[in-house]
Structures are given as C-alpha cells and as structure tokens.
Design a protein around this ligand. Structure first.
Ligand code: CA
Ligand code: CA
Ligand code: CA
Length: 370
C-alpha cells in the first residue's frame, strides 16, 4: 500500500535521508558497516561467513639474501609470528527455486561455467561472472571460482520456462491465506526507514494470521527492517517453508524486500533474489509479479510470497552450521529502496515504486510458517 495513504507528508520525505541513515545503524545491534553490507551487498554474502578452507602461505617463500641486513630483520619478524594463513573463500552461488531458461545472470566470481544437467565438473571456464543459462532441459549446473582460491563453488539448479505469475495466473506460486500452519508470534525489533507516518508504526500488526486487510500492516519505511520470531520454528520440508504477506492493492503496485532467516537471531542467511523489472517505476506505477523471484512483496494483498529453505543449503552460514535449516526461529525483512541502486543476487537492478512516502517502503502484513 502506497503513497496515496498519507500524502501530506512531504516534510517527512525531506527528512528521510537522515532518518534512514540513522535507522540503518541499529539493525539487531549489528555494526553500521555490516548493516550497510547486508542491505546493499550484491550477492548477499555475510562477511562473517568464512568457511574452513584455508591456504597456508609457506614461511620464507621469498628467499632473501642472507647478506642483506634489512631483509634479515624482516625475516626475523616473520619468524616471530605464527604461520600466515590466508582465508580462501570460494564464491557463493545464489540459488532460486527456479531459474528461467536462457536467462543472463552475473555471479560474484572471477570465472564461471555452466553446463546442462547435473554434471561434476565444467568443460570450460569463462572469465568474469557473466553467464547465460541453458535454453533447454530441467536442470543446469553452475560453477564459480575466484582466481586466488582453488575452491570451486558448484550448484545444481532447476530450470523453468518462466518465473511463476501473479496470484490470478494458473502458474502462480502465491500462497493462500489458509495455508500456513503457524504465524510469526513476535516482532523482536523494528528499524524504521524514512517516510513512515506514526499511524503505521504498530509492530503488533505484523504478528498473527494474514487476513488480506490492507490496513493491518507494519510499515518498514524506505530501507527499514524488522525481525520477527517464529514459534514453532520453520523447518525445511518439501516445497516452500515460509510465506510473507504484503498489502499490495491490486497486485501491481508492489513494494519488495529481502528476506533473511536465522536460528539464533544473530547470523542471517539471505534468500537469493531476482528482479527483471526492466526500468524505474514511479510512485504510483506498477510492476509485473512474473518479473520477481525471492523477494517478499511479489504477490497481492491476501496472498503470500513463498520461500523455500532448501534454496539456502549452499549458503556459507548454513554450510558452517550457524544457520540450521531445521530450526529457523527468526525472519528478517529488509525493505529495498527500489531506485535501481540495489542489485538482486545476479547483478540486475531492483526497481519498485520510488519515491514512497506516508506508508513508504514494505508494508508487512504477516509471516506464515508452512
Ligand atoms: Ca523446503
Ligand atoms: Ca508501503
Ligand atoms: Ca497483519
């Protein structure tokens, strides 16, 4: 729900920049820089997600001349420190529930490869992160690596003809109101972004069942975020495991948000996102749900957007055990300022109605556990 509710708020808009910056400083007690990374990191990686793969740099790799006093001193200093260990972090390959065949994507890597089907190793590498998915078949294998790290990231992904359509379409992935077995029980914290009138700052409205009531929402504001608790926790079962409900009136004026999950409320894994909206969207403009995947807010009021925990199986935070897909106790929604400056997980700009004010940003109705 948008700007036509509470439009006499241009003063709020003027104050947004500062409010937003201040607001972003306090997400879950995370340091400012980390929050900024979370919000704008193109590939959704957690800076703390360093796997246990290390490369040991041998001491005395460069053999200095023994006759050179200055070098000898440096050598002595090196000897006084433990073995130097350079972390080797392979790229993260973001995984969607389904990738459209023939789609051009960019991975955060120095070299990539793609093959049809489920294959163990690539035939040939391409420098840079850009690749095009196969135009046929139901599966593809993606590979990515950094030049400085021998570890190769590999992901087998599902190919689909097109992204699922809106709730009214036969091929929709929208979740009905009566599908969730449980609902978020508590709003643990909210960091309001800019452009939120006081009337929309009621966290309790994001707790409990979704009803399709477009006024029963917590408005995050532009760049704002909220953490909700799940009890019972969500677990990775067949198909989608979570459904996020927004209040889009009519199903085209969509506002979108990143979705992250956590087992302990401290370490977060973000769902991969894809935005194929081709151009900027004005305040009262619309976008096509079939251009979106992995972003909350895809579907109209009364319909949930699905998230499958299985797609996070290769996330660093899951691989190292900090996020347990069998015990997801927290969900974080992070509003995206849809002016195109924030990319999805594959290098595409994310657009949604901008600027937004009054009830600016994501309007969270409910989070359901499937
Ligand atoms: Ca699942
Ligand atoms: Ca809004
Ligand atoms: Ca609600």
């Amino acid at each position: 729900m948008r700007a036509w509710i509470g439009t006499a708020v241009m003063a709020v808009v003027a104050a947004c920049g500062g409010d937003e910056a201040a607001a972003l400083a306090d997400v879950g007690g995370t340091p400012d820089a980390a929050v900024a990374d979370d919000l704008y990191e193109p590939f959704g990686t957690d800076p703390g997600g360093v796997p246990d793969v290390v490369a040991t740099v041998p001491k005395d790799a460069e053999s200095p001349s023994a006759a050179d006093d200055s070098t000898a001193t440096e050598d002595a200093e090196l000897d006084a420190t433990p073995d130097v260990v350079a972390p080797c972090v392979p790229p993260v390959i973001p995984v969607l529930a389904g990738f459209p065949r023939g789609l051009a994507i960019t991975l955060g890597a120095d070299a990539v490869a793609v093959a049809a089907g489920d294959v163990a190793a690539p035939d040939a590498w391409t420098s840079g992160g850009a690749l095009t998915l196969p135009t046929g078949g139901d599966q593809a294998t993606l590979f990515a690596r950094f030049d400085a790290c021998p570890e190769v990231a590999r992901a087998v992904v599902t190919l689909v003809e097109a992204l699922p359509g809106p709730a009214t379409a036969e091929d929709t992935d929208a979740i009905p109101l009566d599908a969730p077995r449980a609902w978020a029980t508590e709003v643990v914290s909210v960091v309001y972004g800019g452009g939120v009138d006081p009337v929309w700052r009621t966290p309790e409205k994001a707790v409990g069942p979704a009803t399709g009531d477009i006024y029963d929402v917590l408005v995050l504001g532009n760049g704002g975020s909220a953490v909700l608790a799940l009890d019972p926790p969500a677990t990775d079962g067949p198909g989608p495991d979570l459904a996020v409900f927004e209040n889009s009136f009519g199903g085209a004026n969509l506002e979108v948000a990143f979705v992250e999950v956590s087992s302990d409320g401290a370490t977060w894994a973000r769902f991969a996102s894809l935005s194929l909206t081709p151009s900027p969207v004005p305040t009262y403009g619309g976008l096509d749900p079939s251009h979106l995947s992995g972003l909350a807010g895809k579907h109209a009021a009364g319909w949930g957007t699905p998230f499958d925990l299985a797609t996070l199986a290769g996330a660093p935070e899951v691989l190292d055990g900090r996020v347990d897909l069998g015990a997801v106790r927290y969900v974080r929604l992070l509003d995206i300022v849809g002016d195109g400056t924030t990319p999805d997980s594959f290098g595409h700009p994310i657009y949604d109605p901008t600027p937004a004010f009054g009830s600016g940003g994501f309007d969270l109705e409910a989070v359901g556990v499937l």
